[in-house]
Ligand binder design. Structure first.
Ligand SMILES: [Zn+2]
Length: 266
């Protein structure tokens, strides 16, 4: 996730629905549509791979997307012995407009450390791949990203990526690149919404509900995810009192990711 910058910047100006007040989690909680989605058991969805554990490629646009939208399922897959390869498309260096604000001087380093800690809380020993594309400008490199993901996908049974309709330009570009790589390799792609829980509303016609499925998180897995979310300190706390340095994930936003299930689109 990325805070809206104080001034428009080419390629990074978020769509208005993200700047607008979001849908309270209580609205989602009271909507039966989410509870009635088909249920998935991710390890059981993976094809058998004789002689080796199955492998899943998990793509994030920023080093936190995968924890927010798919962290509980990452924990479930790790527990089932699935090998996980995590691709951070950007380092998330542009999440705040004042990256030099103390105490941390290097936001990319901070966010990489937070992700590492979060993955530890999820019990996931992953192979990490950092592509280093510029935060806020992934769409300029979308075709290169497709080619990179195509290579990274070749020995995987599943690809998971941010939702290509999430209305954050980086999320959408990463999602489109993953869909393209999946189509070229025949590897199925699951998309996880992040910002959609903010800008969409229950039953929202802009979301492809017919492709949605629910992954229940057992209490112990949910607890792992809550712990992992606490590691994302640069997002859940204000970075300073300057404009633009507000918490990207104040408690009301974080509530979307504290459910006892996750939703993917397939
Ligand atoms: Zn993001």
């Amino acid at each position: 996730m990325t805070n809206p910058p104080p001034d428009p910047a080419p390629g990074s100006w978020p769509a208005d629905p993200i700047r607008a007040p979001g849908t309270p989690e209580g609205d989602w909680r009271h909507w039966p549509g989410l509870r009635e989605l088909p249920v998935l058991d991710p390890p059981a969805e993976l094809p058998a791979t004789p002689g080796r554990p199955p492998r899943v490629l998990v793509v994030s646009a920023h080093p936190d997307d995968e924890v927010l939208g798919f962290g509980g399922t990452i924990a479930l897959l790790a527990e089932a012995g699935v090998r996980l390869r995590l691709v951070s498309v950007t380092a998330g260096e542009a999440s705040h407009p004042h990256p030099g604000v103390p105490p941390a001087r290097d936001l990319a380093t901070v966010r990489a450390r937070e992700l590492h800690q979060a993955l530890g809380r999820l019990g996931a020993d992953v192979q990490s791949v950092r592509l280093g594309l510029p935060d806020g400008r992934v769409d300029r490199y979308e075709w290169d990203l497709s080619a990179l993901l195509l290579d990274l996908l070749r020995d995987c049974e599943l690809c998971v990526a941010p939702y290509s309709g999430d209305l954050n330009p980086d999320h959408e570009a990463a999602g489109r690149a993953a869909l393209r790589a999946g189509a070229a390799t025949g590897v199925p792609v699951w998309e996880y919404p992040v910002w959609a829980w903010h800008w969409a509303a229950p039953g929202d016609g802009r979301l492809p509900w017919h492709r949605a499925a629910r992954i229940p998180l057992p209490p112990a897995t949910g607890a792992r995810k809550y712990d992992a979310l606490e590691c994302l300190r640069s997002l859940v706390r204000p970075r300073s009192d300057r404009p633009g340095d507000e918490a990207i994930l104040p408690p009301a936003e974080l509530d979307h990711f504290r459910r006892d299930f996750e939703v993917i689109l397939r």
